[in-house]
Design a protein around this ligand. Structure first.
Ligand SMILES: Nc1ncnc2c1ncn2[C@@H]1O[C@H](COP(=O)(O)OP(=O)(O)OP(=O)(O)O)[C@@H](O)[C@H]1O
Ligand SMILES: [Mg+2]
Length: 254
């Protein structure tokens, strides 16, 4: 039995079958990079696991409980969402709240933790992401990189079994990418279980314990970074890696 078991996840938008009966097991502490061409369903997969999209079918077993991803129950949604916290490309902080209040919000409102205890947890997580000196800053007074680090602290504070990250650095100015990647690297090294969509392939090579290539709604490659990048077996994967300049097409006669 795996730490996280996703079964039979299918999602369509009209006639467009975006996720085609996906099964995926993730072990505790794995840092799984999800890669693939644009429009291949990477964000949709993460959004289904956070119940931001309602799939046609699918279950996830997490923390000893099975959830139906098609659920409409508000209570179930809140429960699963705190187990699969999401970090978005656009940070999605509460604009009217400062950094500390952003991190405390889920703890007091969802987890019903006392303010004093929530504050302690929030301070600890903000320290972890290097934001202790910006506790009372509002999002508009923080750089993109700082906002994203607060968003990471907010997700971590909920102590999720699985942390979902959808291109956490792609909305950032180039000079701010490094600080967020450093933060992700740090939390990855601390035993957090992470499913990460990113186009930062060098980062994937150095941080991911596992790489999954999604194409046409199916997982067509799944292995270590060196399996996937150095010995790609699948033709579409080879083409993808050539297109993003990870491998040289000459050797592959494409
Ligand atoms: N709300 C929606 N309504 C209709 N179609 C959608 C919706 N959201 C996504 N899609 C379609 O589903 C497919 C998968 O989209 P998704 O955003 O998951 O791709 P992605 O792999 O994350 O792409 P990218 O790398 O560009 O972020 C695309 O064809 C997209 O147009
Ligand atoms: Mg996407």
């Amino acid at each position: 039995m795996s730490y996280i078991e996703i079964r039979g996840l299918s999602k369509r938008f009209g006639s467009n079958l975006v996720l085609d009966n996906i099964d995926l097991d993730i072990e505790k502490g794995q840092v799984v990079a999800l890669i693939g061409p644009s429009g291949t369903g990477k964000s949709t997969l993460l959004r289904c696991l956070n119940l931001l999209e309602k799939p046609e079918n699918g279950t996830v077993r997490i923390g000893g409980e099975e959830y139906n991803l098609t659920t409409r129950s508000a209570k179930e949604k809140v429960r699963l969402r705190s187990r699969t916290e999401m970090v978005f490309q656009q940070f999605n902080l509460f604009k009217q709240r400062n950094a500390l209040a952003n991190v405390m919000e889920g703890l007091t409102v969802v987890k019903k933790i006392k303010k004093k205890d929530a504050r302690k947890i929030a301070l600890e997580k903000l320290d972890k992401v290097g934001m202790s000196d910006r506790l009372y800053h509002y999002p508009r007074h923080l750089s993109g990189g700082q906002q994203q680090r607060v968003a990471i602290a907010r997700a971590l504070a909920m102590d999720p079994e699985l942390l979902l990250m959808d291109e956490p650095t792609s909305a950032l100015d180039p000079e701010l990418v490094g600080e967020v990647l450093q933060t992700v690297r740090k939390i990855a090294s601390e035993g957090n279980t992470i499913l990460l969509v990113t186009h930062e392939m060098n980062f994937v090579k150095s941080v991911a314990s596992r790489v999954i290539f999604l194409e046409n709604g199916k997982i067509v490659a799944d292995g270590t970074a060196s399996d996937v990048f150095e010995k790609p077996q699948n033709q579409r994967l080879k083409e993808f890696l050539i297109n993003i300049n990870v491998i040289d097409g000459v050797d592959y006669n494409i």
